[in-house]
Design a protein around this ligand. Structure first.
Ligand SMILES: Nc1ncnc2c1ncn2[C@@H]1O[C@H](COP(=O)(O)OP(=O)(O)OP(=O)(O)O)[C@@H](O)[C@H]1O
Ligand SMILES: [Mg+2]
Length: 317
C-alpha cells in the first residue's frame, strides 16, 4: 500500500469533481456534476435507470473522456496523459463481471495479475481470494459459478491492484439477499482497510447502511450529503403522539409547548411539526400529562432515504 499511504498524506480528497459532464453527441448522459470524496469514505451514487451513473463511473475510471469540467482521481488530474497512471491507482467492478468463463477462478486472477503487472502475483492472489472468502473455490471453473460468486471473483480481481479508489457499479444487482449481504460485508471490510469506495446502487437501504455520504443523480446532481442530513434538509421533523382518547383542546396543549411549530390530526395520531424534538418531546409530554391525557406513545417519525430519493427523483423524472 505504498502509493496509497503516500497519497493520503498529500491530498485533501480521494476524488474531486468539478462541473463534470459527458454527452454522446446530442445525448447528455450527465452534466455539471461536482462533489468531493474524502479518503476512506464510502460514497453512494443513487439515481434511476439512465441517470448517468455508469457513464460517470466510466468517465472517472478513464474509460471514456468527459466532454466538460474537470476531476482529480486518486491524486491525479483526469487528463488523457494521466490515464494509465490513474488506472494503476484505481479499480472498477463493472455491472457484469466479465470473467473468462472457461478458466478457473485462480487462472482468471493470474491473467489479470499479469495484465496489471502485479508483483509476486501468487501470494497476492491467495490473499485476495481469502479476502472475498473464495479460497476453497480457487480451482472451480468460472463459468460454473453462481452470480454471487462471480461477483466476488470480480471484487477479488479489483483488489489485485491494491486500489486507492474502488469503483463499484451496482455490486449487488441481481443477487439474492444472502449473497448481497456477503458482498456488502466485504465492502464494509474494505472500508475498514481504508479503501475509498464509489458505489452506484438502486438499493436505498443498502446506501443508507453502507455509505458515509450519498449523491442523488438524475442527469444533474440533485443533492449530496449524509443520509441523515438529506432527510433533515428535505423534511421538517415530526413528532407522532398517540393518546387513549381525543384531546378536548389540542391547540391549548400543543401551541404552548416550546419547539412545537404546528400540529394536525391524521389516523388518530397527532402529528406535530417541531424545530427540535429533544426540546419538544419532553415539553409535549409534560403538557399532555397536565391536561390529564392518557399518553400511549410519543415518537419521532423518521423519513427514510427512500423518502428523500422519491422527493428528489420521483416527481421529476
Ligand atoms: N455509448 C453511449 N452512447 C450513447 N448514449 C449513451 C451511451 N452510454 C450511455 N448513454 C446514455 O446515457 C444515459 C445514461 O446512461 P447510464 O448507463 O450512465 O445510466 P445509469 O444511471 O447507469 O442507468 P442504470 O441504472 O440503468 O444502469 C442513458 O440515456 C444512456 O442511454
Ligand atoms: Mg448503470
Amino acid at each position: 500500500m505504498a502509493v496509497q499511504s503516500q497519497d493520503r498524506k498529500t491530498d485533501a480528497s480521494a476524488v474531486s469533481v468539478e462541473g463534470l459532464g459527458k454527452s454522446f453527441g446530442e445525448k447528455v448522459a450527465f452534466a455539471d456534476v461536482s462533489f468531493e470524496i474524502g479518503h476512506g469514505e464510502v460514497f453512494g451514487f443513487l439515481g434511476p435507470n439512465g441517470a448517468g451513473k455508469t457513464t460517470a463511473v466510466r468517465t472517472l475510471g478513464t474509460l471514456i473522456a468527459p466532454t466538460s469540467g474537470s476531476a482529480v482521481v486518486a491524486g491525479l488530474p483526469l487528463t488523457p496523459a494521466n490515464g494509465a497512471k490513474i488506472r494503476r491507482r484505481i479499480a472498477i467492478v463493472p455491472e457484469s463481471p466479465g470473467l473468462y468463463q472457461r478458466l478457473s477462478v485462480r487462472e482468471n486472477l493470474e491473467c489479470f495479475a499479469d495484465l496489471y503487472g502485479t508483483a509476486s502475483p501468487g501470494g497476492r492472489i491467495t490473499r485476495v481470494l481469502a479476502a472475498v472468502n473464495l479460497a476453497d473455490r480457487a480451482d472451480d471453473v468460472s463459468g460454473a459459478l453462481s452470480k454471487g460468486l462471480r461477483q466476488r471473483v470480480a471484487l477479488a480481481r479489483a483488489l489485485l491492484a491494491d486500489p486507492v479508489v474502488l469503483f463499484l457499479d451496482e455490486p449487488t444487482s441481481g443477487l439474492d439477499p444472502v449473497a448481497a449481504q456477503e458482498v456488502l460485508s466485504l465492502i464494509d471490510g474494505l472500508r475498514r482497510d481504508g479503501v475509498t469506495i464509489f458505489l452506484t446502487t438502486h438499493r436505498l437501504e443498502e446506501a443508507e447502511r453502507l455509505c458515509d455520504r450519498v449523491a442523488i443523480l438524475n442527469t444533474t446532481l440533485r443533492m449530496t450529503g449524509r443520509p441523515a442530513e438529506l432527510r433533515d434538509r428535505l423534511f421538517a421533523r415530526t413528532l407522532a403522539v398517540r393518546v387513549l382518547s381525543p384531546l378536548d383542546a389540542p391547540d391549548a396543549v400543543f401551541a404552548g409547548a416550546p419547539g412545537v411549530e404546528g400540529w394536525r390530526l391524521a389516523d388518530g395520531e397527532y402529528l406535530l411539526t417541531v424545530s427540535d424534538s429533544t426540546v419538544a418531546a419532553p415539553a409535549v409530554t409534560r403538557a399532555l400529562v397536565s391536561a390529564g391525557a392518557d399518553v400511549l406513545s410519543i415518537g419521532e417519525s423518521r423519513h427514510s432515504l427512500q423518502d428523500v430519493y422519491l422527493e428528489l427523483i420521483g416527481n421529476q423524472s
